[in-house]
Write a protein that binds this ligand. Sequence first.
Ligand code: DGL
Length: 270
Amino acid sequence: MRIGFFDSGIGGMTVLHQAMRYLPNEDYIFYADTLHVPYGEKTKEEVREYIFDAVDFIAEQGVKAIVIACNTATSIAVEDLRKKYDFPILGIEPAVKPAIQNCEGKQKKVLVLATNLTLKEEKFHTLVKSLDHHDIVESLPLPGLVELAEKFEFREEIVVPYLREKLGSLDLEQYGTIVLGCTHFPYFENSIKKLFPEEVDIISGSMGTAKNLRRILKARNQMNDGTGDIVYFKSGFKVEDKETLSNYKKLMVRLDELARDKVKIITPQS
Ligand code: DGL
């Protein structure tokens, strides 16, 4: 059986890419709810409905686990989804814990970049409250990056000015760790890196989620002998047109390149 990956758009592919490094012999379904992206700018109630529709659809295809490869959707629905289905449902959340650990003893702060909805949600505030004993965690919504990613617009000359405008009022020297708390953001890692001091670390929760997925499948004796095949769906329809499939392939190549460029990889602890 396949493993389902779900996001509002192409962001979830950053998590799928990571999972495929740990589980190359699995086969996958990737579902992007492109009809309703961006989730981060909608109400919680609206987004909840979209999530349940999408996950119902993926479950109907027959999967052994589903990864909610979206921080926004995880914060809104992961607990209720787990009550509904009898297979494992994994989520992703901003990697606040390793980010704080990484700043310990450095007199540096943590900056969490995510969607508006993730940062507004109770789940995020509870997480920060339980870990941030020295008041070093700050956050900033960057909805424009979701929009750019969905247009496959990654050029630095477009992305960097947007980031400069958003980050302009902050003293960027004070940060030791940047948390990519939205799965669309890793595509922009190089542009983000450009704005911060050289020694800043950029982390996301995707490695933690990928490792967790492998651990769960192993424990359930459900590891596969597949080929890493991916079937793509967009809001209930199978993606078959060549242009979209070729764009998806290019995204995977981009993620391969970014992974190669990475100087330092930090593993989230939880
Ligand atoms: N990729 C999603 C996340 O990780 C949300 C992007 C959006 O639809 O606003 O939060």
